[in-house]
Design a protein around this ligand. Structure first.
Ligand code: PXP
Length: 252
């Protein structure tokens, strides 16, 4: 186990999302590359947790991957899922350390936009309760919006993950405005006792300002790290992200 416990509470956790190792595997219907092997290597390379998203269409991660990740990882496993009955049953079977509820549309290429926790309160409340009772740390993947933080508070979730997709897509003043929005919502969540995480679209180039937000406790990063692993190898790709996060946090 490589996660260093920083007594000051400033250690920023890195959750490595291994979905796109499975994307490459599934492109040929082969048994390789194995996402669980990637998860174990990321664990060795300094990841504090592993994230995988079992999508309704199983385009990358499969049910078997989830079973193996649940059994083989030493570091916490964060299971990303749509808020459906099918996924709830799978989560309750494996009882991962964390469950992140995400919106899901079949046609989308990736998770576009956050969960409407405000509009879906009645649908989400029993699900959040059942997952919490099973011992899972429930998180909602939301836009950095005060209405969504308020909804998360009403749902009594311990964690929110702030969507950084727009921040990663835009530049200049628009990016500065997005960063401000994420910074403010991380502070608002923390002030109300909710642990803020962040993720989506993060790269070596854009990670530092998000990593520097003091209340953010965890970043979940996948697509860029797996792509960079083609050039550097997964161990170095993860280690470099770890280094940039620590530098941004003043811990290098
Ligand atoms: N966090 C959540 C909730 C996600 O759905 C995803 C993408 O699956 C990520 C983080 C990671 O995003 P990326 O693959 O762009 O780094």
């Amino acid at each position: 186990m490589t996660a260093m416990a920083d007594q000051s509470g400033r250690h920023l956790r890195l959750g490595v999302n291994i979905d796109h190792v499975a994307t490459i595997r599934n492109a040929r219907g082969a048994s390789y590359p194995d996402p669980v092997r990637a998860a174990l290597l990321a664990q060795e390379a300094g990841a504090d947790g592993i994230t995988a998203h079992l999508r309704e269409d199983r385009r990358h991660i499969t049910d078997k991957d989830i079973a193996r990740l649940s059994a083989e990882l030493e570091i916490p496993f964060n299971f990303e899922m749509a808020a459906t009955q099918e996924m709830l049953e799978i989560a309750l079977r494996h009882k991962p350390h964390a469950v992140c509820l995400v919106p899901e549309r079949r046609e989308e290429r990736t998770t576009e936009g956050g969960l409407d926790a405000a509009g879906l309160h009645n649908h989400l409340a029993p699900m959040v309760d059942r997952l919490g009772e099973a011992g899972c740390r429930v998180s909602l993947f939301i836009e950095a919006d005060p209405r969504q933080i308020d909804a998360a508070l009403r749902l009594k979730v311990p964690v929110v993950e702030l969507h950084t997709g727009k921040y990663c897509e835009v530049e200049g003043p628009e990016q500065a405005a997005e960063l401000r929005r994420i910074t403010d919502m991380a502070a608002l969540a923390a002030k109300n006792g909710i642990e803020p995480h962040a993720g989506h679209g993060l790269t070596y180039e854009n990670v530092a300002p998000i990593a520097a937000i003091p209340q953010v406790a965890e970043l979940n990063i996948g697509h860029f790290l797996i792509g960079e692993a083609i050039f550097l190898g997964l161990r170095d790709s993860v280690a470099q992200m770890r280094k940039l996060m620590d530098e941004a946090r003043g811990q290098a």
